[in-house]
Design a protein. Structure first.
Length: 181
């Protein structure tokens, strides 16, 4: 079965529904919320591998796509969290991002809210993401992916259409006609 980057995007979106739920325990069973956060960070960061290795993604400039991904700070913090959880410790962190030991809890039984809070810790306390709640970081990452995908997905289509139009040339001379839908 072929796999494409959309499969990973859908996985991230399923995890984000749990992460952003007012009571995540109602929409999952058997997992701790921390597990879900780690899975979401891993999926969020490793979407880059799916996009960069998907032959159907169709970026016109693969190097620019990779540069765009690796220049997005929230994704690099997510990478440190993901790789730190995967490898236990990081010998070469990208930006020094991790989950803080500090946590919080919002419990409101009348409203059905039971949320645990986890915070991002950066090696540089002046970093804009230092102290941010994990849901906020993950939402920024997901929104950044959407922007990156919109900039690069099938970006070679414009080039292909221009080539097809040039090849079609003068349709009055009997050349092939292109119909764009």
């Amino acid at each position: 079965m072929e796999k494409f980057h959309q499969e990973q995007v859908e996985r991230i979106d399923r995890l984000m529904k749990i992460v952003e739920a007012s009571d995540p325990y109602k929409v999952m069973s058997g997992l701790s919320f921390y597990d879900v956060i780690v899975f979401t960070c891993e999926s969020m960061w490793h979407l880059k591998d799916w996009i960069l290795n998907d032959p159907h993604f169709g970026a016109s400039d693969q190097a620019a796509l990779s540069k765009d991904i690796h220049a997005t700070r929230c994704l690099l913090i997510c990478a440190d969290i993901a790789n730190g959880s995967k490898h236990l410790s990081l010998s070469r962190p990208r930006v020094g991002g991790a989950l803080s030991e500090a946590t919080g809890l919002h419990l409101d039984t009348e409203k059905g809210i039971c949320q645990e809070f986890y915070y991002v810790c950066c090696s540089d306390p002046a970093d804009e993401f230092h102290g941010i709640e994990i849901r906020t970081l993950l939402r920024r990452c997901r929104d950044s992916w959407e922007q990156i995908i919109n900039r690069h997905y099938l970006s070679q289509v414009d080039t292909w259409l221009a080539q097809q139009s040039a090849q079609a040339g003068n349709t009055a001379s009997g050349g092939p006609k292109i119909r764009l839908i």
